[in-house]
Design a protein around this ligand. Structure first.
Ligand SMILES: [Zn+2]
Length: 158
């Protein structure tokens, strides 16, 4: 992979992060390539492949190797279950969209299960994709001030 834009640290980070994510999620191989020779690099149709046991995930037709790598990582994380907390991976604070699917290890994961699991925000920080929510338990979002006060009063009484 040394011939793939190694001079640009940002591009390199995106490639390393995607390769690392594939490795951490149990992938057997990670491959970057392009379809067309003799064209400018951005027209070469870059692709990224991740090979898992029995499943191949592909991101195709990108303008650079790092764009293909990033798209592959996003594809892997979309609808995925966080290995740390078991929640649905969200790639933005707007939240994830749960859909019926199969996890990369072959386990079926339904919309209902994904919704019930809650969400875990993931983000790429330089050369690594990771969760940003941490393991801190959070209060339910629906709890308003009055409910919180009632709860505290209840605790004091008990
Ligand atoms: Zn998590």
């Amino acid at each position: 992979m040394t011939d793939l834009a190694p001079d640009d640290p940002k591009a390199r980070d995106a490639l390393i992060a995607a390769a690392d994510l594939v490795g951490r999620s149990g992938g057997k191989s990670f491959q970057i390539g392009y379809l067309h020779d003799d064209v400018p690099s951005e027209e070469a149709a870059w692709y990224a492949h991740a090979q898992y046991r029995g499943v191949r995930i592909t991101a195709e037709n990108h303008r650079s190797p790092e764009a293909a790598a990033e798209a592959l990582a996003v594809q892997l994380l979309t609808g995925a279950k966080c290995v740390h907390c078991g929640r649905l991976v969200a790639l933005s604070t707007a939240g994830a969209v749960a859909h019926d699917g199969t996890l990369i290890d072959g386990t079926p994961w339904t919309v209902e299960q994904a919704r019930a699991a809650g969400q875990c925000l993931w983000k790429r920080d330089g050369a690594r994709w990771d969760r940003v929510c941490g393991d801190e338990p959070r209060p339910p979002l629906s709890m308003n001030r009055a409910q919180r006060r009632a709860r505290q009063n209840g605790r004091r009484r008990g």
